[in-house]
Design a protein around this ligand. Structure first.
Ligand code: MN
Length: 393
């Protein structure tokens, strides 16, 4: 049943794949009638279907697979999928962070942590007037990774290793703090000067003990380098920030296996996303509204669902009046003790004390212009005291 290898696979045409998928489907149905030893068949069958989908996705338009064949493959995939269920459902709390900017905290409060994810902050959306934009001036990190994803506005970053850059709409910065950096995350000069809309995200990914003290690393990725994949029915587009989706792999490298998808489901449509079994995963809706899972749980912007380890898929459905924008984030749990204090995440409190002492003695470095950034932040906080409003939704 299993194809013998990559080389022979590439030589087989679509029709052969469809035939193989049909045979796999029939075998699965027959075996499920006669016994419970279907698991391994199902797994290999599923791999086969994924390969078929990959080939279909890469098929040029003129060789377009007929709707009927596509349906057969989709139906077969439904047959062998088991859905994850919702373990916990919460609305993100609203608070101020860094120099005083407003966030919705989805992970790191009511949802404490979803190992290996320590925090997910949704920055804004905020509409700033001139001089009001607030960032996070110079501060240290050690022992984990910060992932910054900008939707609107801009963030200017600088660090003690000498990296500097502007993150505009669609950019992702995957920063491995590792042994430690001091960095600043400030609004871009333009945003501060003229004001405007700011929306973005920061995800904190823990590192296992063996990687906590690796050298710091930055992966600043522009939007055009983030692969996008469209579902076979054309109703869902997925930005593959980390991991893979529908056979498309991310450009960003991660220290431990992580899946980070930014999914847009068109109004009235639904999408079954594959999420590896036995990972910790969650869905965060950042715009629009719809329904989650086979239980059709109504969901709106700012809400999070933590999913079960069992199951290998989850259904996202957009309502009839808006598209649904959601993150699906999954990772292998690290299962190590977490000692967390402010900007440091280690395994023991002795290591936290060491981090503070290293920071104070200047071992994590410093960046020129710290006082100026602090002053800019204070000024903006003062300016925006009674404004800097949440965008209405
Ligand atoms: Mn930071």
């Amino acid at each position: 049943m299993r194809p013998k290898g990559r080389k022979s696979l590439q030589g087989v045409n679509i029709n052969s794949y469809i035939s193989l998928a049909l045979i796999a489907a029939l075998t699965t149905v027959l075996l499920s009638l006669y016994g419970d030893s279907t698991r391994s068949i199902t797994e290999s069958g599923k791999k086969l279907v994924q390969k078929v989908l990959r080939v279909i996705n890469k098929t040029p338009k003129k060789r377009k697979v007929s709707k009927k064949k596509e349906d057969i493959v989709n139906n077969y995939e439904k047959l062998i999928m088991t859905y994850k269920t919702i373990n916990k459902f919460e609305t993100a709390i609203k608070k101020r962070e860094g120099g005083g900017f407003m966030v919705r905290r989805a992970v790191g409060d009511k949802v404490d942590n979803v190992d290996p994810f320590l925090m997910l902050d949704h920055l804004g959306p905020t509409v700033y007037g001139p001089g009001e934009a607030i960032g996070a001036p110079d501060h240290p990190h050690r022992g984990f990774e910060t992932v910054t994803y900008v939707i609107d506005g801009g963030i200017q970053h600088k660090d003690s290793v000498g990296n500097t850059g502007n993150l505009g709409p669609g950019w992702v910065q995957w920063m491995t703090a590792g042994s430690g950096v001091v960095h600043s995350e400030m609004p871009t000069d333009d945003l501060l000067k003229t004001g405007g809309r700011m929306e973005g995200f920061q995800l904190w990914v823990n590192l296992p003990k063996k990687f906590k003290m690796v050298p710091p690393r930055y992966q600043d990725t522009p939007p055009e380098k983030i692969p996008t994949v469209t579902s076979p029915d054309g109703n869902t587009t997925v930005k593959v920030i980390a991991g893979d989706c529908l056979g498309t792999n991310a450009a960003i490298e991660t220290r431990i296996p992580i899946m980070f998808l930014d999914i847009k489901v068109n109004r009235g449509a639904s999408f079954d996303v594959s999420i590896p079994e036995n990972t910790n995963s969650f869905v965060y809706v950042w715009r629009g509204n719809g329904f989650l899972g086979s239980e059709n749980r109504p969901v709106t912007m700012g809400q999070i669902a933590v999913l079960s380890g069992e199951g290998d898929a989850f259904q996202l459905k957009a309502s009839n009046d808006s598209a649904l924008h959601a993150f699906v984030i999954a990772g292998q749990p690290i299962n190590e003790p977490i000692a967390r204090y402010g900007p440091f995440v280690m395994n023991t409190f002795d290591e936290i004390e060491q981090a503070f002492s290293d920071f104070r003695s200047g071992k994590l470095g410093e960046i020129e212009g710290a006082a100026e950034r602090r002053a800019k932040t204070d000024e903006a906080v003062n300016q925006s005291k009674n404004t800097g409003n949440w965008e209405k939704h």
